[in-house]
Design a binder for this molecule. Structure first.
Ligand code: G6Q
Length: 552
């Protein structure tokens, strides 16, 4: 394939950059149909991209670009189990995990659906046993607390989803998460727990991840320290992994091990048994609803024309803002408290997938790829970093996410919350000019000298792009669809940028170096071969630590 930048449509898009930068977004609303043209509803999600610096011509070109790079064929290749993760030679089939219709999906000529369904069945049985009290701890007590031990893709999904769906949980099981190798986290989690009632889920696709294995051993020692013998492991530990041998070596039996497969990427794995803590917390039916929502979005992504395709729309707004207009960062701003971990979740999903700088042939790409994704709950952000969004001299496109109905209604709160959602998106696009400020301050009786001094500080130029995503109500099905919408956005962007979105070599180097550095810190001997800064920092750490520990 020729380089994407050589395509005529790419050149045409470049011609649209200056006009886009010169045209205020709000002026695009001279087209009275703009809102209906640039908003769509898919399941219980309304997506509005009308506040983007995209006119009809640019939109048509962006869609054309997607077609010209063969997006529709690439989409089929993903759904059909082709090995699109080319650097690891793997299929990418998180969609098979939620393929509720059960239609066959082949990898290497073998249908994966029977194993997917079998694992779901095993999960259902296990979840029922734990939640009903049939599964008991070693001393015969009911399990009340589940601790997920995992990191990255084996942590962020279940952590985000259980937080988001808290209003749907009953009081049967509490969930806790331990990801960090900083001992503070596991110490804090274990402090409040009764070992007789805890179930640890060790979630690690490889079962070699240092943070997870360290925490798993600490958890096992904690269990043993409560006068249990090693037989207790069978009742208090289960694993989710594709490395059955390593799980066995840890002491967890095959019947307590849930499978995942090499075609499930960590950051796309919450739909697999990595979602076990979700199902234990909410019940299996709710987990199935989550899968159903994602499946519904898969069908939408696969079958709807690109012109009215929600993941496509999300992708084209990012592509335009980032690659063409040079806006490298993107904020995710939920106005729905349960979604407080959603930006952290998307940060991994997008940045680990599309933070790449060579194309599939290993050639450097001459354009900006993945955005810097960040954010937090919008309301809290308003009192923190929104100043920058409104008046900083870098433009940060933002996705605002809110709901029509709160999942936990409290009289008098929801309209107030959403009034801020609408006010902020309006202010970011429309801004406020000197004339309005002058009129306002004059009416308040301020002297014209003081007014003119203040005006430059109070002007909001506006023209800052936002997407609005409005859910009917955050529930398992809608959340499944919302996550899947972003997953497909990531796939589309990676396809257009022609990068491999499904590997993560960039996390390996640091891990390898840490392995070598650990014995140096433990033995207090800093070896040659480090750069001078790192060697001196390590020496400082070792010497200072020894002195502090000697004083204790
Ligand atoms: C995600 C990444 C990464 C991974 C963690 C944990 O796509 O691959 O975040 O999930 O490094 O890996 P394990 O599940 O193998 O412990």
């Amino acid at each position: 394939m020729s380089a994407v930048t050589d395509l005529p449509v790419w050149q045409s898009l470049q011609q649209r950059i200056e006009p886009a930068l010169q045209t205020p977004i709000k002026s695009l609303f001279s087209d009275s149909q703009r809102f209906s043209k640039y908003s769509l509803k898919v399941q219980n999600i309304m997506l509005d991209i009308s506040k983007q610096p995209i006119d009809d011509e640019t939109c048509a070109l962006l869609l054309q670009l997607a077609r010209d790079i063969g997006l529709e064929e690439r989409r089929e290749a993903m759904f059909n189990g082709e090995r699109i993760n080319i650097t690891e030679n793997r299929a990418v089939l998180h969609t098979a995990l939620r393929n509720r219709g059960g239609a066959p999906v082949y990898v290497n000529g073998a249908d994966v659906m029977p194993v997917v369904q079998n694992e779901l069945k095993r999960m259902r049985t296990f979840v029922k046993a734990v939640r009903s009290g049939m599964w008991r701890g070693h001393s015969g007590k009911r399990i009340t607390d589940v601790v997920n031990i995992g990191i990255g893709g084996s942590d962020l999904g279940p952590r985000m989803v259980t937080q988001a769906l808290k209003p749907y949980a009953d009081d049967k099981i509490n969930v806790h998460f331990v990801s960090n190798v900083d001992g503070v986290e596991i110490a804090n989690v274990l402090k409040g727990l009764n070992p007789e009632r805890v179930l640890f889920v060790v979630a690690s696709k490889t079962f070699t991840t240092s943070e997870t294995m360290t925490n798993a051993h600490t958890a096992r020692n904690w269990l043993m320290a409560s006068s249990f013998d090693s037989r207790a492991v069978a009742k208090h530990f289960v694993a989710v992994s594709s490395n059955v041998d390593a799980v066995k070596a840890f002491g967890i039996k095959a019947e307590n091990t849930f499978q995942m497969w090499d075609w499930v990427g960590g950051r796309f794995s919450l739909w697999s048994a990595i979602g076990l803590p979700i199902a234990l917390y909410l019940g299996f039916k709710q987990f199935e609803e989550l899968l159903q929502g994602a499946h519904d979005m898969d069908l939408h992504f696969r079958n709807e024309p690109l012109e009215r395709n929600a993941p496509m729309w999300l992708a084209l707004t990012t592509l335009w803002n980032s690659t063409f207009l040079g806006r490298q960062s993107q904020a995710i701003l939920p106005y729905d408290w349960p979604l407080q971990k959603f930006s952290a979740y998307l940060q991994q999903a997008e940045m680990e997938s599309n933070g790449k700088s060579v194309d599939k042939d290993g050639q450097p790409v001459p354009y900006t790829t993945g955005s810097i994704i960040w954010g937090q709950l919008g309301i809290d952000g308003q009192h923190a970093f929104y100043q920058y969004l409104h008046q900083g001299n870098t433009i940060v496109p933002a996705d605002f996410i809110g709901s029509i109905e709160s999942s936990t209604p409290v009289e008098g709160h929801h309209e107030k919350l959403m009034s801020n959602f609408f006010a902020q998106t309006e202010a970011l696009m429309c801004g406020i000019d000197a004339d309005h400020i002058r009129a306002d301050l004059t009416a308040k009786g301020m002297s014209s000298e003081a007014i003119e001094r203040l005006i430059p500080h109070k002007v909001h130029e506006g023209n800052r792009p936002t997407n609005s995503i409005i859910l009917d109500r955050l529930n398992p099905r809608t959340l499944g669809a919302l996550i899947a919408m972003y997953e497909h956005k990531i796939f589309i962007l990676g396809s257009i940028w022609d990068i491999c979105s499904f590997d993560q070599w960039g996390v390996e180097l640091g891990k390898t170096l840490a392995k070598g550095i650990l014995p140096e810190l433990q033995e207090g001997v800093i070896k040659d071969g480090h750069d001078d800064s790192t060697a001196n920092l390590m020496r400082y750490f070792v010497e200072k630590r020894k002195a502090l520990l000697d004083n204790d």
